[in-house]
Design a protein around this ligand. Structure first.
Ligand SMILES: Cc1ncc(COP(=O)(O)O)c(C=O)c1O
Length: 374
């Protein structure tokens, strides 16, 4: 079998970060060691908590002639099927201090809102979630099933966030947002602290083995920033960090290019819905700007194909349920390995141990089935 074959795996752009200057202390000024440790101590005590699997894609690593490819499978995260469960629900618990009189609110493209609704449900709190008209009925229903009231807002994600802020101020609801803005940084930081639990689990599994490269999908950069902070806290070495984005929404790439936050225009919504964001969030940006080595952007073209290969166990021994946002890591890796020039720049070779994030499973089942059938 030849999965990686030639030109079939496309990337759009690749850049190196000319401002790269990894500084552990600077990174931990944004999320502290104490915040990271407290998140793990809290979340690891939740009912039904267990680390998600760290799988190996041994068929693919053999074919690409790499030492190892790890895949963190977040489709198994609680019953929410995405890493987002760690962030939103943790922030709900920390901010409300389990006070049942607090009503929480949030705007979402899907998974974050589901995490907040789940976090509210486990503590018996009321929850109000705002979604844009682009959020599928499937995703909206999943949030309602967790007991939240869902409001559909005309326009895009930004419109849903503005509506959420307006209503929350009027009604004294506590906003639990994963995106930071001026004077709203603590809650997004707590959300990211929740995500770092993944890196603790990974460090516990790999023991003394060294991860050399981490591919991190990014929307506003929360996941990526959290994983870099987690790297500083839990790993002994500093791996190469490669940010992966849809080419229609590569706001981190554009910001890394110029060294400052750039707001981009999205003219086409990517299939990778969770990553279709216009600008980096403030807290992760402070981490990302000097600690990302490379950025790569991808078209949507190969997403369905990668999802199918995950599903039928072509990359490793396991059949993996990988949603749209889980596919771009493996696509970037294969595309880089097919381009000798870029492969050299990223320093990927037969000694490399790669870490990929399977951020979600079939969080939108209808979409998942549709893409598998195509
Ligand atoms: C489901 C989902 N939502 C959102 C994101 C993006 O996270 P962030 O906006 O924190 O960068 C990802 C990342 O791949 C994702 O898989």
């Amino acid at each position: 079998m030849n999965i990686s074959n030639g030109q079939l795996w496309k990337y759009s752009s690749f850049i190196e970060n000319k401002y790269y200057s990894f500084d552990k202390e600077e990174i931990l000024k944004n999320i502290s060691k104490e915040q990271i440790d407290e998140a793990y101590l809290t979340i690891s005590k939740w009912d039904n908590y267990k680390p998600t699997p760290l799988l190996v894609l041994n068929k693919l690593s053999k074919e690409l002639n790499l030492n190892k490819i790890y895949y963190k499978d977040e489709s198994k995260r609680f019953n929410l099927k995405s890493f987002k469960a760690l962030g939103g629900a943790y922030a709900v618990e920390k901010v409300t201090k389990k006070n049942k009189n607090v009503i929480v609110s949030s705007a979402t493209a899907g998974n974050h809102g589901r995490a907040v609704a789940w976090g509210a449900k486990r503590l018996g709190l009321k929850c109000k979630i705002f979604v844009s008209e682009y959020v599928s009925e499937e995703r909206k229903n999943a949030i309602e099933d967790l007991g939240a009231e869902v409001f559909k807002v005309k326009g895009n994600y930004e419109n849903s966030l503005l509506e959420c802020i307006k209503n929350s101020i009027q009604n004294n609801w506590q906003i639990i947002q994963d995106v930071a803005w001026k004077d709203y940084k603590l809650i997004p930081t707590l959300t990211m602290a929740g995500y770092t639990v993944m890196m603790k689990e990974i460090a516990d599994k790999i023991h003394k083995e060294k991860i050399t490269h981490i591919f991190l999908q990014a929307g506003v950069g929360g996941l990526a920033g959290a994983m870099i902070a987690g790297t500083v806290r839990y790993l002994k070495n500093i791996p190469n960090i490669i940010i992966v984005e849809p080419d229609s929404a590569a706001c981190i790439m554009e910001s890394i290019k110029s060294g400052k936050i750039e707001k981009i225009n999205i003219t086409r919504e990517s299939l990778m819905g969770g990553m279709s964001c216009r600008e980096p969030s403030l807290v992760p940006w402070e981490i990302l700007k000097k600690s990302v080595n490379n950025c790569i952007s991808l078209p949507d073209d190969d997403i369905g194909k990668a999802m199918k290969l995950f599903a039928n166990g072509s990359f490793g021994e396991d059949k993996i349920v990988a949603g749209e946002n889980s596919a771009p890591g493996v696509i970037s890796l294969i595309a880089i390995c097919n381009d000798e020039n870029v492969k050299k720049k990223v320093n990927i070779n037969s000694n490399s141990n790669i870490l990929l994030f399977g951020c979600e499973g079939d969080t939108d089942q209808k979409m998942y089935q549709k893409l598998l059938k195509e």
